[in-house]
Design a binder for this molecule. Structure first.
Ligand SMILES: Cc1cc2nc3c(=O)[nH]c(=O)nc-3n(C[C@H](O)[C@H](O)[C@H](O)COP(=O)(O)OP(=O)(O)OC[C@H]3O[C@@H](n4cnc5c(N)ncnc54)[C@H](O)[C@@H]3O)c2cc1C
Length: 408
């Protein structure tokens, strides 16, 4: 187990500086254009692939960093550049982690390379869990997967929504119910390979922020996938379902909402994205406050402005510490006895919303225009309190964890 440290080692500093350079030189200058276009920034993803940032190897290296600081450091730097573009770069990682966590070695080896493609032909992947009637309440999802034993195929029907890269992905990872009576214990994840008939993009959403990231519905109409596309394999699924049925038969023991608990470990990464956006807006506001003069002096000479910046910086640093702690705990197998993953996401995302709003205030009229980036950063920041579990759901998980109540 790695000791908890608040200091990056030399190798991590080198990676951080390299990522910061990419964020400053490639991502930030492209941010306003792709925000206006509301399209996936393929050329930027390709640049990221060329230098090795858009690749499984890079994420695996950060993911398995025993200090736990690899992923939060990488997310903070990329999202400091721009949240919409950064999400287009890291969105594939959500689907890849789904396969890494549940797939067999063969599935990992077959599908993850197809999620990324290569620098000359980049591809993206989508993780499709949310549905129109199953957002926070993931256990209630209606997409069904039925096994056709004669053909060793699964037949999937349903509608997914809010899928990052949905419909434009080469590989879709779809969560479906194989036994609705078991709630979330009856869920399984499936790979839908490229060009599978029956999978289509529905509505593409026009969003408030992170507009460079593609978000859409995914319609699954009699989608047939081979048995080998069930993540983890049929034998493992049958054993898991048998255990769940046995427990349910023994007097309806309360079934923990697995999705809520599983997300706990991935939440610090979202917290780190929020820290990146918050830090970006704070830096713009600090520079502006030092140079903008009113009443014959820089506006930072007014305590009303200076104290806002002091609070912004304090909250960003506090958010980063919560994120780093939770990330270190997750990597080192420490149990989240007080839902520390949710805590980090809750605090960091609320901080990003607050700090980006304060940044607009400090820039005055300029802050309210698209001539300056804080307006975009504020729109982007609003997503952090919504996806991967809303702030209310984080509070629900924290309160039920500290009180010993079951998370349903
Ligand atoms: C841009 C974007 C990208 C996304 N990407 C993906 C993706 O790639 N894959 C994917 O599967 N999903 C994705 N999502 C979905 C996202 O995770 C959901 O939007 C989120 O979980 C909330 O679900 P909902 O929108 O249905 O809101 P609802 O669950 O309907 O919530 C509405 C409001 O009610 C509150 N609420 C609900 N239940 C409770 C409760 N028990 N107690 C207190 N308050 C409650 C919520 O906090 C919220 O304020 C994405 C969403 C967006 C907007």
């Amino acid at each position: 187990m790695a000791e908890f440290t608040m200091e990056l080692n030399d190798e991590q500093k080198e990676v951080r500086d390299w990522l910061h350079g990419f964020a400053a030189d490639v991502i930030r200058p492209a941010a306003a254009e792709w925000d206006e276009r509301e399209e996936t920034p393929w050329p930027v993803i390709q640049e990221a692939a060329k230098v090795g940032i858009y690749s499984l190897d890079f994420y695996a290296q950060q993911y398995f960093d025993a200090t736990g600081l690899g992923i939060p450091m990488a997310m903070e730097e990329l999202f400091w550049g721009d949240a919409g573009i950064a999400l287009s770069i890291v969105g594939t990682g959500l689907a890849a982690v789904g396969v890494l966590a549940n797939g067999t070695e063969e599935q990992i080896g077959t599908w993850i390379p197809q999620m990324y493609g290569d620098a000359n032909d980049v591809k993206v992947a989508a993780f499709c869990s949310s549905e129109p009637d199953a957002g926070s309440d993931v256990a209630s999802l209606r997409t069904r997967a039925v096994y056709d034993e004669a053909k060793d195929e699964w037949v999937i029907n349903g509608t997914k929504t809010w899928a990052t890269n949905g419909g434009i992905a080469n590989v879709h990872v779809v969560v479906a119910s194989v036994d609705p009576e078991l709630g979330s214990k009856g869920h399984a994840s499936f790979i839908v390979p490229p060009n599978t008939p029956g999978l289509a993009q529905g509505q593409k959403f026009k969003k408030h922020g992170i507009r460079a990231s593609h978000t859409a519905e995914v319609i699954l109409d009699n989608v047939r996938v081979p048995g080998s596309c069930l993540l983890g394999g049929k034998e493992k699924l049958d054993e898991r379902l048998a255990r769940a049925r046995e427990r349910a038969a023994k007097g309806g023991e309360r079934v923990k909402n697995a999705a809520m608990a599983t997300f706990e470990a991935s939440r610090p990464a979202v917290g780190a994205m929020a820290v990146g956006t918050a830090r970006a807006a704070y830096e713009v506001a600090l520079d502006y406050a030092k140079t903008r003069e009113q009443f014959g002096r820089p506006i930072i000479d007014n305590q009303g402005v200076a104290f806002q910046l002091a609070d912004m910086r304090t909250q960003i640093d506090a958010a980063r510490l919560l994120v780093w702690r939770a990330s270190w705990m997750a990597v080192n197998g420490k149990p989240f006895t007080a839902a520390e993953g949710s805590m980090s996401k809750l605090f960091a995302s609320e901080t990003a919303k607050k700090v980006t709003a304060q940044a607009i205030q400090i820039l005055g009229g300029n802050g309210y225009t698209r001539e300056y980036p804080v307006e975009r950063m504020h729109r982007d920041a609003a997503i952090y309190t919504i996806f991967e579990g809303t702030s209310e759901i984080q509070r629900l998980v924290i309160s039920r964890t500290i009180s010993g109540m079951p998370i349903r």
